[in-house]
Design a protein around this ligand. Structure first.
Ligand code: CA
Length: 220
């Protein structure tokens, strides 16, 4: 036995059954998104949804900022864990995908907690900063275009309160981050961000190997 277990489909199924309490609408969102084909890889996994929900509860989050909403599974996971006065700002560039997301949120009874912003996220985030939202979010989740990740982290550092949390998805990038032969724009962007965050004194850091890697940043 090695020091680390290797994930398999069977073990993932076990985790999904035993370690995740999925709402019926979450299950439907997942099934219908899977039917969309290859693009469904943009959806977070069920255990990651449960992890985000747990983080939401542990941080006492009332204001959640999401960069990259797709068909709504992650926002739904957090929305179901928020207190009734909790609010979500969900950012995405696709009205089509977010349109699907809205049907799930409505069906789960959490649509009134979620405001969508369909535009390039940097424009929306800079608008939030101009509107005086500095330090008003408890928790931000970044799961969008990788080449803008560093810019998203900078905005989130200002928008999330001290003591709040920033979570960044796909920071292991299928392991490509340690493959020097992989020099795609996305890989280089994630690798550079990881290298920078490793010594960034503004945050406490934990990169956890859930799904495709999630970097957790506690804002100092
Ligand atoms: Ca992702």
């Amino acid at each position: 036995m090695g020091k680390f277990i290797e994930m398999s489909d069977a073990l993932m199924d076990y985790i999904s059954k035993i370690g995740v309490r999925e709402h019926a609408v979450q299950a439907r969102c997942r099934a219908e998104t899977a039917a969309m084909g290859r693009i469904s890889g943009m959806q977070i996994s069920p255990d990651e949804g449960a992890f985000l929900a747990m983080l939401t509860r542990l941080t006492g989050t009332r204001r959640y900022l999401e960069i990259g909403t797709f068909t709504g599974y992650s926002a739904l996971s957090v929305a179901l864990a928020l207190p009734t006065d909790g609010r979500i700002d969900a950012l995405d560039v696709s009205d089509e995908y977010v349109g699907r997301a809205r049907t799930y949120w409505a069906e789960a009874g959490v649509a009134d907690r979620i405001t969508t912003h369909i535009a390039p996220a940097l424009e929306t985030l800079d608008g939030f900063l101009k509107a005086g939202r500095t330090g008003t979010y408890d928790f931000a989740f970044i799961d969008a275009d990788k080449t803008n990740y560093a810019a998203y982290v900078e905005r989130c550092h200002r928008l999330v309160r001290k003591g709040g949390l920033i979570a960044i998805d796909n920071t292991l990038w299928s392991g490509a981050v340690i493959d020097p032969a992989n020099t795609s724009d996305d890989t280089r962007a994630i690798r550079a961000l990881n290298d920078a965050l490793a010594k960034d004194p503004r945050f406490d850091i934990a990169l956890v190997a859930i799904s495709d890697g999630i970097t957790l940043l506690h804002v100092r």
